[in-house]
Design a protein around this ligand. Sequence first.
Ligand code: HEM
Ligand code: NAG
Length: 504
Amino acid sequence: MFMFALLLFVTIVWLKPGSKKHIPFPPGPPADPLIGHLRIIPSNNQETFFYELGKKYGDIIYLNILGRSIVVLNSARAAVDLLEKRSSNYSDRVDFPIYKLAGYTKSLVFMKYGKDFQFHRRMFQQYFSKNGCIPYRPLQACEAHVLVQNLVSQPEHKENHFLHFATALIMRITYGHRITTNDDPYLRIAESINFAASNCGPPGGTPVDVFPILRYFPSWFPGAYYAGFARSQKALVARQHEFPYTEVEKHIEKGAALPSFVAENIEMMRREGVEGPQRIQHIQGAAATIYTAGAETTSSTLSFFCLALVLHPNSQLKAQAEIDEIVGSERLPEMSDRPSLPYLECLLQETLRLMDASSTSIPHRSLADDIYNGMFIPKGSIVIANTRAITLDERVYSNPHVFNPTRFLAKPQGLGEPHPVGPFGFGRRICPGRHFADDSLWIAMATILATLSISRATDSEGGEIIPDVRVETGITSHPKPFPCDIKFRTSRWASLITQRVNSY
Ligand code: HEM
Ligand SMILES: *[C@@H]1O[C@H](CO)[C@@H](O)[C@H](O)[C@H]1NC(C)=O
């Protein structure tokens, strides 16, 4: 077995494309022979590791594992120059054998650059364009009211309530399904999908991703674990694809389907006269992807927001004072209030900047040899836009580690610093759900601040508990559970919210 592996290493290194004559790779740390940086790249917290490397080697770093090139972009300039300005050569993805094994074969997130990619981007762009999202706003507001009600009744389960908020919205707009009870079958599928996704390892970062041959090995073999796990999730993933789709078909037949992503795509397919298993698989894959890509990202951003409020009570009070002045106490916030609430905007942006839910984003892959600022980037490189480093860039943000929402306000009130770029990715791969996600985050944050007071929990001696920022990394990062107290700010809000929620 060892000889076999060695042979494979040697073959790969031998086939490795050489640097073009005299043009150096971007700088990077010293590598081991044959295996390259395999031993020094951690499997967890890669973003921090890359950020630290950046301080030593600069904005663009070159690494390789077993001869496969990895290029890390640690500044907004580099990410925009390559992933946006040269997007036609930087929008491919690497293979994600783990997720393919689990059954995500028609998911935009993992698609190679090509015809299917274009078809799926179009499906998403039609449904989630900036204006296309406006009709969902009343639903988002309703779910935000349900969210604050749930947060007050079970503050110890806040993470679940954030996930429920994101899930309920996604099931509604994707399948036209309303979740009203806790034993809803859509919820149960969602839960097990989260388990599956968060146990498949970092996307593109498991040994099988780097070394696909491992997928043919039994799962006890070192590094092959994730492949075995993925295979065991296949039936479940198939159910996530097929069950809700069949439900929508039934509703359409009865003439009772609510408008939804799936209903609209079924109708379009029938109008075009192209109904068939191929097209159906594409619609099922796109629909399942909305959940897989959109639920945990949204909910973990809200968990980070909640943590920020606990850590920075003055920011909370300031945002509440602004909302009280503009919205008043007679009604709840609406999306139309957004332009009048500049401090809340800052709070949202600072949450995205400092507590980014997807720090290494999803790696892109380059399609052609390229030269950038005198450095050679070989075709087939894994290109990682490291949001952690981009949002902590000292040339852009003063005291980048400090939570300071007013940094975004114009001078002299603020520091005139730009909103973070990168939390939603770059170029032709930029998150197609970003407008919808942004609306969901805003209305949830506005409703929480208007109606709730989120404060530090107290210990047995009556002292305030100031939680540490401890982050769980995975396909999305989220804060490890932390204690806090959640109450309605006034009894008026308590009764108004209860009344609203009971009417839905
Ligand atoms: C706060 C919430 C969200 C965050 C932080 C987020 C972030 C991201 C990031 C960083 C990427 C990778 C972009 C790149 O490769 O350059 C991405 C891709 C993607 N996101 Fe989101 N996302 C969020 C919500 C959503 C929602 C609600 C949806 C669905 C409506 C969605 C659908 C997708 C899809 C389909 C992709 C893959 C795009 C592609 O590969 O072409 N995301 N997202
Ligand atoms: C992509 O690569 C090809 C081949 O090297 C090159 O001709 C083309 O100009 C590149 N496109 C961009 C946008 O950089």
